[in-house]
Design a protein around this ligand. Structure first.
Ligand code: ADP
Ligand code: MG
Length: 411
């Protein structure tokens, strides 16, 4: 049997903590960490505070649990899901840490079985004689808090399939599964991709994007002797392929389908393109080359063709995380208005709700002109057909009518 040794079973209730208190509470090095990892893995998708985990472990010290969590997070085996309150969630490797506990299997009380953990995938297929202390798989780049985007701004990772979105996206890249991020403007699609792939090259798609914008074109250059030459300057697709980088095609669905089609051979099994415009030059994709696309379904002219959809096997919906907006210190009233409108939007009562981008703008305006001016501006920036609804919600929350910003009479 290669069943990994069961971790010290967590008592079902805090009341059953007696056996693990006192001397028995002294754990071997790493044992608490494995137990904490077990709790995180068992609660995949539900971030927990150190105190909650301590309670689940039969009332252990939240301080010690906090230290274990920090150590796990430092190694990428957990991630900080929120800062206040401080909560942690499981990553893809949490489970392997939990499975790799170095506690020898305690003798089983006769006639009992430890709760079976079906389909537990251990870090590596353990040989029959594997010692229990098999180290976990090498950790991915640890994600323990905000990730700095290439433009220097912090990105707060969000949950994607029970792990930080940046970790999930990197796993998709490692597995060669192209991803499409879709959702309304201002929800965080670009930010997530930038945070996950610092090596990315971006193509901003629109209706005028040409093949040359992707693969490159001839440009006039002057060499050292002053001779004018025409040189083929490779575009972002070729650079990303050669350098094994991520190509982010934002608003990919605005690009004419025949133009976007030049990318497909690079993504398909061949991982190769032939540049007709440069005499049939053959470009092979280096390892690491990856394509991510962005799509705003509501935007005029955005067409998700079958050809595109079938190439982007992983399609990830992105909507505004209003809790994150609150954490980013956006006026609670603005977040309340946005949530209210989002609910109405879901019910079909309105077509628009402020997303994170509008909320960040709200706060910037509030900081310089005051919250009421910012709220009036929210009314003014809403699409015309939804303005009355937005004004009504603003009135509800601020207790008065607030008009869009406008110049008044001469001073
Ligand atoms: N998880 C996040 N943490 C911090 N800021 C974020 C996060 N997601 C989005 N933002 C901010 O919200 C705004 C809109 O995000 P963006 O990625 O441009 O949206 P989209 O690409 O969906 O239009 C940007 O100012 C961005 O910095
Ligand atoms: Mg964007």
């Amino acid at each position: 049997m290669t069943t990994p040794p069961a971790p010290t079973p967590a008592p079902a209730t805090a009341g059953a903590a007696a056996p693990t208190t006192g001397a028995a509470a002294r754990l071997r090095n790493g044992e608490l960490r494995a137990m904490v990892a077990r709790v995180l893995a068992d609660n995949h998708g539900t971030p927990l505070t150190p105190r909650a985990i301590a309670a689940k472990l039969g009332g252990r010290s939240s301080g010690a649990v906090g230290n274990a969590l920090k150590a796990l997070a430092d190694q990428g085996h957990a991630f900080t899901a929120s800062a206040a309150p401080l909560t942690y969630g499981a990553t893809a490797t949490t489970d392997s840490v939990a499975a790799a506990t170095i506690t020898p299997t305690p003798p089983r009380p006769p006639g009992t079985t430890w709760a079976a953990r079906p389909n537990r995938t251990s870090a590596a297929p353990a040989p029959a004689t594997a010692p229990a202390a098999t180290p976990p798989a090498p950790p991915p780049a640890p994600v323990t808090g905000p990730v700095t985007r290439p433009n220097g701004t912090p990105y707060h990772p969000r949950l994607l399939s029970g792990m930080p979105d940046v970790v999930a996206l990197r796993k998709l890249r490692d597995a060669g599964i192209p991803a499409l991020m879709y959702g309304p403007p201002g929800t965080g699609k670009t930010s997530a991709v930038e945070a996950a792939f610092p090596d990315l090259l971006t193509v901003q798609g629109d209706g005028d994007t040409t093949v040359a914008d992707l693969v490159g074109e001839y440009a006039q250059t002057v060499d050292g002797n002053g001779t004018v030459r025409y040189t083929f300057i490779h575009g972002p697709l070729v650079r990303a392929m050669r350098e094994g980088r991520t190509l982010f095609i934002d608003d990919a669905t605005l690009i004419p389908p025949t133009v976007l089609a030049v990318v497909y051979p690079a993504m398909d099994g061949r991982r190769q393109i032939i540049i007709k415009a440069n005499g049939g030059e053959i470009i092979d994709a280096a390892p690491g080359f990856y394509v991510v696309a962005g799509h705003n379904p509501g935007v005029h002219g955005a067409v998700l063709t079958d050809a595109l959809s079938s190439r982007f096997a992983a399609q990830i919906h992105v909507s505004t995380d209003y809790d994150l907006a609150t954490q980013l210190k956006i006026d609670k009233r603005a977040v309340k208005i946005a949530r209210n409108l989002a609910t109405r939007q879901a019910n079909g009562e309105t077509g628009w709700a402020p997303q994170l981008r509008e909320l960040l703008a709200f706060q910037k305006i509030a900081d310089v002109l005051g919250a009421e001016a910012a709220a009036g501006n929210l009314v003014g920036t809403a699409p015309e057909e939804d303005r009355a609804t937005v004004a009504a919600v603003v009135r509800q929350v601020f207790g008065k009518d607030l008009a869009p910003l406008a110049l008044g009479t001469r001073i």
